[in-house]
Design a binder for this molecule. Structure first.
Ligand code: UDX
Ligand code: UDX
Length: 426
């Protein structure tokens, strides 16, 4: 099949590379010329394990092409896959201006039948609205099918996720595109879920809202464990062994961040409230997440009553390990609060050298702790788990280790004369 992927961001690039690898002829377009130039040379602007190799392989096989000529590509390709950004607005709604732009371009350039697939996460009703927009612009319904095909890719394991999906979701208005859609991904054994356009949109939001709910649930239970002096990790084992509960997304810590979970939760709440549906559960999920930093800072404040002017090192700045993505990173929110309190903040991250006012960023894990009163683990990078604690003890001024991801072995830390602090961890 010949497919044009619009948007060479995180989702667009991963999807384009995978589709080319399945044997399709893929043209990935983006309005940013500089991005296209470097991609054409096989240089990928984001960090995703295996992606650059896959892109280079398919460029070489002539299966994948990059272009900034969006109009020509939209005109030439029979299948358009939209993967442009849908950022959050202040009120939680999604900014759909990029989607709007793409639909306008399709409307002005469509000559023959096209399947238009929305990969971007868009609020309930958006794909129906896209269909109506094309109709209102005088495009015959015979000339196109809109399909909603949400992605479920985790950063850091996106290629694994796309090659081993646990389901494929397609929302359509009619049965017409289904035969073609079944040939899109090489995944015959996984369940195919066909539903309406809005149904597919809501599957995506419900999935991310459920994952967020699990995390806030874990965080609330960890708070209860904390006051009863119980290790949340014991509770975790008890929960995770029950297949009805499952073992994923139950790690307690600073809370969820990234470009999807917070944004999608806000957007789902917004879609519900627009139609006067109350979202008490989702509100609570958000509220718990929004107070995790305060919880950890309170914990620290009890051990070190005046934080002002203290030197604090924060390890990990990305929104989770395995990525260089800083979008909605709880670690960054924590760092900003520490700066506001008047702390002198040092940071170290294996992937990113943070550039932020009043923050000193280090390229060496152990140098970043020299003279610090406190070390906070804000992202669970493997490297931190294997730290040399005697080296850290000898370099720090103080002795407090605040484990904000429940990932460090408390006994090991204590053995080296350091004070271990965590929530729901003894
Ligand atoms: C985005 C959304 O954040 C996510 O919710 C959705 O599921 C998929 O799209 P991501 O790929 O990370 O995820 O977005 P982003 O990194 O912003 O990439 C979008 C790309 O589209 C950018 O490279 C941008 O230059 C490009 N773009 C945007 C166009 O080529 N044309 C446009 O009109 C708008
Ligand atoms: C998420 C979804 O998992 C994916 O299906 C969707 O398509 C895009 O959004 P991603 O944003 O890459 O993927 O990150 P994810 O692995 O879901 O983690 C989100 C946040 O939750 C991170 O900040 C992570 O640290 C946090 N988290 C995750 C926890 O706090 N505890 C957990 O147990 C799991």
């Amino acid at each position: 099949m010949r497919i044009c992927v619009v948007g060479a961001g995180y989702v667009g690039l991963t999807t384009a590379a995978a589709l080319a690898n399945f044997g399709h002829e893929v043209q990935c377009v983006d309005m940013e010329q500089a991005k296209i130039d470097s991609l054409t040379q096989g240089k990928v602007p984001i960090y995703e394990p295996g992606l650059e190799k896959l892109i280079r392989k398919n460029l070489k096989k002539d299966k994948l092409h990059f272009s900034s000529n969006v109009i020509e590509s939209i005109r030439d390709y029979p299948m358009i896959l939209i993967a442009v950004g849908t950022p959050s607005r202040e009120d939680g709604s999604s900014n759909l201006s990029y989607i709007n732009q793409v639909i306008n371009l399709i409307a002005s350039n469509i000559k023959d039948y096209k399947i238009i697939i929305t990969k971007s996460t868009v609020p309930a009703g958006t794909n129906e609205w896209m269909h109506q927009m094309l109709v209102e612009k005088g495009i015959e319904e015979d000339l196109f099918d809109i399909v909603s095909n949400p992605e479920f890719l985790r950063e850091g394991t996106a290629l694994w996720d796309i090659f081993h999906p646990n389901k494929l979701v397609f929302g359509t208005r009619t049965d017409r595109p289904i035969k073609v859609l079944k040939k899109l991904y090489e995944s015959e054994k996984v369940p195919y879920i066909f539903t309406s356009l809005t149904g597919a949109e809501l599957i995506k939001y419900a999935s991310n809202a459920f994952l967020a709910t699990k995390i806030s649930f874990a965080n609330e239970i960890a708070r209860i464990c904390d006051v009863y002096e119980v290790d949340y990790s014991d509770i975790y084992k008890g929960l995770a062994t029950d297949p009805r509960i499952g073992r994923y997304f139950l790690n307690a810590g600073l809370g969820f961040g990234g470009s999807c979970l917070p944004k999608d939760l806000s957007c789902l709440k917004h879609s519900a409230s627009k139609q006067n549906v109350e979202t008490k559960l989702l509100d609570a999920v958000m509220e718990i997440n929004d107070t995790q930093i305060e919880l950890y800072l309170n914990k620290l404040g009890k051990a070190l009553p005046s934080l002002e002017d203290k030197q604090i090192t924060v390890w990990g700045v990305t929104f989770k390990s395995g990525t260089d993505d800083l979008r909605s990173s709880p670690a960054i929110a924590l760092i900003k609060q520490l700066v506001q309190i008047g702390c002198r903040v040092h940071t170290y991250d294996p992937m990113v050298q943070l550039e932020l006012a009043d923050v000193s960023s280090y390229i060496n894990q152990y140098e970043s702790v020299i003279g610090s009163d406190v070390l906070i683990i804000a992202t669970e990078w493997d490297q931190f788990l294997k730290s040399d604690w005697s080296e850290i003890k000898s370099r720090m001024k103080g002795s407090i280790i605040l484990d904000a991801r429940n990932c460090i072995n408390a006994q090991t830390v204590r053995k080296h004369g350091l004070l271990y602090l965590g929530v729901g961890k003894r």
